[in-house]
Design a binder for this molecule. Structure first.
Ligand SMILES: [Zn+2]
Length: 282
């Protein structure tokens, strides 16, 4: 895809990169409308740039305050100051910010974006002055921050276009852990009672969830903080296409088959993917 190549071109200026989320959004809409055919199954993943290291959650560590190791915490307003004045990134990208404080981890700020951006748009490091203190902030690369099994994580199911229902998502999420907060529609930011097509729930992880799941004939895009990266070539976790040494996997013949045969996922949960898989066996 011509456009996809443009997106990864390292020479493009930052302004262009900043336009990326919208462009990629539009492109996604175009491709998903046709993703009902078997032929488009693999090419759609290519077009969506699935193998590119794009993120929709940015995790930052507050490393220092006034030169000393940081031991305190920041609130949501101060977190937004880090985003605006420290990273100098558009506020429009922000969906929300959460404060991650736990006994065995450094203090983290976690920004949920309402778009996907390439990892290298986010500065790796910045300094910011908040309430007369100098803070040093570090980006935690997504592959370095892994949720632990047993962690309670907020799982988001992106861009469902209303085609995946909460009970369907629940059936899949139950395979990966205990549901702590039920699957529900995310509220639209700033608009009372209006929902978005994004679904979310909180689950206690029994095992990690892949970014893409073949759910009910859709490609269910699952995201949570600390999720392992997934390879767009072989669909295994913990590496990206650029470092892949495995064979190119086929969405149906390899990936869907793995869920059905090795994962013992029922044909009901696979939906139309199962019908297509079955037809490849005949
Ligand atoms: Zn791979």
């Amino acid at each position: 895809m011509k456009n996809a190549q443009k997106f990864v071109d390292k020479s493009m200026d930052s302004k262009r990169k900043a336009n990326l989320p919208c462009q990629s959004d539009n492109k996604f809409k175009k491709t998903t409308s046709s993703d009902c055919s078997f032929e488009s199954a693999n090419s759609t993943i290519e077009e969506e740039g699935f193998n590119m290291p794009k993120i929709s959650i940015v995790t930052l560590r507050v490393a220092k305050r006034d030169g000393e190791d940081f031991k305190g915490s920041l609130d949501h307003v101060q977190g937004c100051q880090v985003w605006n004045d420290g990273l100098k990134l558009p506020e429009a990208w922000l969906f929300g910010v959460s404060i991650v404080k736990s006994a065995n981890r450094p203090f983290l700020l976690e920004f949920q974006l309402n778009c996907e951006v390439e990892v290298d748009i986010i500065p790796k490091y910045c300094k910011v002055k908040i309430d007369n203190h100098d803070y040093t902030i570090e980006l935690i690369p997504p592959q370095d921050f892994k949720a632990n099994i047993g962690d309670e994580v907020t799982v988001r199911i992106k861009r469902t276009r209303w085609l995946l229902k909460p009970d369907q998502v629940t059936n899949w999420m139950k395979l990966y852990g205990e549901i702590i907060k039920p699957v529900e529609y995310e509220e639209a930011p700033g608009v009372q009672r209006l929902k978005t097509d994004e679904l979310k729930c909180v689950i206690k992880l029994a095992k990690h969830i892949p970014n893409l799941l073949p759910a009910y004939g859709r490609r269910m895009n699952v995201v949570y903080s600390g999720q392992p990266i997934q390879c767009g070539r072989c669909f295994e976790l913990n590496h990206l296409r650029a470092n892949c040494t495995n064979e190119q996997a086929d969405w149906i013949k390899d990936y869907v088959r793995r869920f059905y045969e090795e994962g013992h996922i029922s044909s009901v949960l696979l939906g139309r993917w199962f019908e297509i898989f079955k037809s490849t066996l005949e």
